[in-house]
Design a binder for this molecule. Structure first.
Ligand SMILES: C[S@@+](CC[C@H](N)C(=O)[O-])C[C@H]1O[C@@H](n2cnc3c(N)ncnc32)[C@H](O)[C@@H]1O
Length: 267
């Protein structure tokens, strides 16, 4: 009888698939600590490595917090690229280029020749960055030049093709080029986080995303990352709204719990 009520209760709460809401998971370590800047791990403090030196400098700039990938999340993305070995990458949302550093450096460490063996197509409007409740500084102009100079300093710029302007429009504009070059193996969607904006980027990427290719989403827990609803919406609906079929895994990240999801197109 007890089991019966437990099952009924579970059904009413979570539906037939018995998938528990994340709040009910035993291992779901929420961070309540408050942070004001990223802390670059000392074990990565290596002046002999050009890209790590440049990345450390970037993390020390107040503008990089909190919208850039944390060093821990960046390491994860770097590790994914090192392991999954994509050749054609689309990055939506460059901001100050922290994530671009993590991705491009992985291509470099994979010993891929820039634009011959691997390329990153970067989509961003490079609009001014405003101060906000969590950001104490702004960048009113010159973001595009700033990003280019940082990637130049890191020795990574040759991997990048920039597409400045509205991301979904520019992704559609580069469809022919992407198709001619074998399609996209890995797309990191981290631009407009509203549901509409996020879906626009997803819909633009999907026709050129290879089967077996990956989509990486950031900021997947809206309750912990300023109400960004888009990535969560896609996680919950991808197999209803996508043209393809996806398997996916969600990752709860620390130190700040913005979360990530990795989706693989398998059909
Ligand atoms: C969260 S930030 C990206 C952070 C970056 N991936 C990192 O971890 O370092 C989002 C970026 O997307 C850009 N963006 C938002 N909506 C956009 C749109 N519709 N078209 C192009 N860029 C957009 C913003 O200007 C900003 O640079």
């Amino acid at each position: 009888m007890k089991e019966f009520f437990k099952d009924i209760f579970g059904f009413l709460q979570h539906g037939t698939d018995k998938k528990l809401h994340r709040d009910h998971l035993s291992h779901y370590p929420k961070s309540n600590d408050s942070y004001e800047k990223w802390s670059f791990p000392t074990y990565l403090d290596n002046d002999k490595c050009k890209w790590l030196k440049a990345l450390k400098e970037l993390y020390e700039m107040p503008i990089s917090f909190p919208a850039s990938l944390s060093p821990e999340a960046g390491l994860l993305v770097h590790g994914l690229i090192r392991n999954l070995r994509p050749r054609v990458i689309a990055e939506v949302g460059v901001f100050c280029s922290v994530s671009t550093h993590w991705i491009a450096s992985a291509l470099k460490e994979n010993e891929y020749r820039p634009k011959k063996d691997a390329i990153i197509h970067c989509y961003d409007d490079f609009s001014p960055i405003k101060q906000g409740p969590y950001r104490k500084t702004s960048m009113d102009e010159g973001r595009f030049e700033f990003v280019k100079s940082r990637l130049e300093k890191a020795g990574l710029i040759d991997y990048i093709e920039f597409h400045k302007g509205d991301s979904s429009t520019n992704i559609y504009n580069s469809h022919d080029h992407l198709k001619e070059n074998g399609g996209v193996d890995f797309a990191f969607i981290d631009g407009d986080h509203s549901i509409d904006g996020f879906l626009k980027d997803f819909e633009a990427i999907e026709p050129v995303l290879n089967t077996g290719g990956y989509l990486l989403l950031h900021d997947t827990f809206p309750e912990q990352c300023g109400g960004h609803e888009g990535p969560r919406y896609l996680i919950d609906n991808v197999n209803k709204i996508g043209r393809g079929y996806y398997e996916q895994i969600e990752l709860h990240l620390s130190p700040i719990n913005f979360g990530m999801a990795l989706q693989r197109r398998i059909g």
